[in-house]
Design a protein around this ligand. Structure first.
Ligand code: ADP
Length: 481
């Protein structure tokens, strides 16, 4: 099959979160299964564009409202990513480094979608499926089905994967003229609660819908930022497929970003070496259990709870735990997390910003990774943590519920029910007890107890199979439907 993935993000070209990881891996694994999966994304003016070689495969114009914009589509020459990569350059819109956050994001992603379809409409053959990811590509199923200029694309099946239903890309009806002409009586398909809503339009028009975990599929019919009823109505064509992780990129044995590589057998020493080096960088004590949080500092991730959670934990386990945070997001949360450094120097540190290498190093060095999410469509952090032998402490929600089993239930992680300071505090207490019962902790007498030990859990979780092989085939099965 020939599969065209359309997405705003794709690792390593441009990544803001999990969407980038998925689109950077899934096509590769689909190609390994013998299919031809390609990625077509905007050509952001970033490091990848500057440092790699491309050939121009298409020059044209794209009409957006009353203006025409020149379009070039570039193909990455070496195929080193494991799939064909096409970058859509539209001068006014993508000559900037960041993926999102500009005032004209609506126009940018609309122009990208129109330009891609103009290009595909010129091909001599038709792809077998167009796979849209999130709202930035959400108008494609509508446009292929109903816009006159894309008549030739009408019979190409479209599939939407919802990575996060919180973000929907709504804009006002005053921008309707940006969408290429269609019979206006079909406008209702674009509408949700009085605005043009690309995610809602995709949910209505895509031939199939997937979410990135089975639990999230159930949860969005109850909570999806206003789209619950629509999602419940379209449940019949919807499927939950758990994300995988790219074992080529996320492998502690070979990961070039780590300070020391390690295998399952050498996990304790390997993690310790990474912890010692990282703690030195961040002025933390490597003899204590290291707790971490990596991610966007937003309400969805429960980040607003972190300052109080860590304040309490650092008081309760005085001089007995270390905490390191990597993230960026809401300024107030950033500010409060920074202030904690003054209160607990030597016990706590935070790196504000996005740093791919540091993320890898933290997964390798940490003992525990916290995810007190309010919403978690799949969550990749816990999967990376497992692969690197780091024990996840997660709220039972969405993909976290599907991938982490509590030690008390015969599993390997620490789970809690609420995204609350009390629940997470209790979970940290359980983690501390687990650690101090099985690992030597400075200033604490080491009395090993019966039950699971940290080393045993580390070895077990590193061998769990969360690779893309299975999920890549599940997507193929859906395309075949
Ligand atoms: P999201 O909702 O943000 O997409 P996921 O758990 O699905 O959450 O994916 C998050 C991805 O982004 C992971 O690969 C994680 O390591 C990465 N990430 C998040 N924040 C940062 C950061 N500040 N620096 C480096 N990597 C980050």
């Amino acid at each position: 099959m020939e599969i065209i993935h359309l997405s705003a993000e794709c690792y390593p070209i441009a990544k803001v979160g999990g969407l980038g990881d998925v689109v950077g891996a899934l096509p590769k694994y689909q190609n390994k299964l013998g299919h031809v999966a390609k990625v077509v994304m905007p050509a952001y003016r970033n490091k990848f564009l500057i440092e790699n070689e491309f050939e121009v495969v298409y020059n044209g114009w794209c009409k957006l409202g009353f203006h025409d914009y020149s379009v070039n589509i570039l193909r990455e020459k070496t195929n080193k990513l494991g799939f064909d990569l096409y970058l859509v350059r539209i001068n006014n819109f993508f000559e900037r480094e960041l993926v999102y956050g500009y005032d004209d994001d609506t126009e940018r992603f609309l122009a990208y979608q129109v330009a891609v379809l103009d290009w595909i409409a010129q091909w001599e053959h038709r792809p077998d499926v167009i796979h849209c990811h999130d709202h930035h590509t959400g108008l494609v199923p509508f446009m292929t089905a109903y816009c006159h200029q894309f008549e030739k694309l009408r019979h190409i099946p479209s599939i939407l994967t919802i990575h996060n239903a919180q973000y929907q890309g709504q804009f006002g009806w005053d921008k309707l003229h940006y969408i290429p002409a269609f019979d206006l009586w079909k406008s209702g398909l674009l509408d949700w609660k009085g605005a043009i809503n690309p995610l809602a339009a995709a949910i209505k028009c895509a031939w199939r819908i997937t979410t990135v975990s089975p639990s999230y599929l159930e949860e969005i019919t109850v909570s999806a930022n206003g789209l619950e009823d629509l999602l419940a109505q379209e449940r019949g064509k919807s499927f939950g497929i758990l994300n995988g992780i790219d074992h080529d990129v996320w492998n502690p044995r070979t990961d070039p970003m780590l300070l020391k590589n390690y295998t399952v057998r050498g996990v304790d020493n390997g993690k310790k070496a990474n912890k010692v080096a990282l703690c030195e960088l961040f002025n933390l004590d490597p003899e204590r259990p290291l707790f971490t949080f990596i991610g966007r500092l937003v309400g969805e991730k429960g980040a607003d709870l972190l300052p109080e959670i860590f304040h309490n934990a650092l008081n309760q386990f005085k001089n007995q735990i270390s905490i390191l945070i990597l993230g960026s997001g809401e300024p107030e949360v950033e500010e409060r997390l920074t202030q904690l450094k003054l209160v607990f120097p030597g016990d706590y540190n935070v790196f504000l910003g996005y740093n791919e290498q540091l993320a890898h190093q933290i997964y390798a060095a940490a003992d525990f990774l916290l995810m007190p999410s309010r919403v978690e469509p799949c969550g990749l952090n816990q999967l990376y943590a497992l692969r690197y032998g780091t024990i996840p402490i997660v709220r039972r929600i969405g993909g976290l519920k599907d991938t982490v089993v509590d030690i008390g239930d015969g599993g390997f992680g620490i789970c809690h029910d609420q995204a609350s300071v009390t629940d997470v505090g209790h979970a940290i207490g359980r983690a501390f007890e687990l650690y101090s019962n099985s690992m030597p902790v400075a200033g604490k007498q080491h009395i090993p107890v019966e039950g699971k030990q940290v080393t045993e859990i580390r070895k077990y979780i590193m061998q769990l199979d969360h690779s893309w092989d299975k999920a890549a085939q599940q997507y193929i099965d859906i395309y075949q439907m």
